[in-house]
Design a protein around this ligand. Sequence first.
Ligand code: 5GP
Length: 179
Amino acid sequence: MQKIRVKDKDFAVSIPWEKIQAEVRRVARQINEDYAGQTPVFLAVLNGSFIFAADLLREITLPCEISFVKLASYQGVNTTGQIRELIGLNLDLTGRPVIIVEDIVDTGLTMAHMLETLRKQNPGSIDICTLLLKPGKLQVDLDVRYCCLEVPNDFLVGYGLDYDGLGRNSKDIYTLAEN
Ligand code: 5GP
């Protein structure tokens, strides 16, 4: 089995590039069908989704826009702890069909927060499109309309996903190897 070392850990290939591409194409076809006649706005969540967003958008045949956003974390001055602000949104979403493009939904807390923030912009609709979903880790009730692959609870890197900032450039998706 093909292995890579990222920083101080070994990872074994888990989802080969060809399999990822097939699933990305399948989801893109579904979006093309479901959104026929509309001009959706894709909101790709950085950093992890940059490769997925690029591959997905090349398969979208609809007129569409894309904006890259980020949930920036910083410590607030109040006692509630972390505040996460949506940055990079440069489009008016009022009345627009929005598709959030995410690398991985794990507990779902990030996505739940993103939905709450975006609803304040009064979009026409919001759908979630994720490359990976860990159903075993979900802590919130999320309607994930588009998902390329469901995965077990293991830690993954590659195809945009990082381990401590590294490994995003690996073509395939790798899982932490036991050693
Ligand atoms: P959630 O809020 O759903 O728990 O976490 C979502 C974020 O956690 C993802 O956008 C991603 O940045 C990170 N994450 C969750 N699972 C993994 C994983 O297996 N590998 C990597 N590299 N990041 C993960």
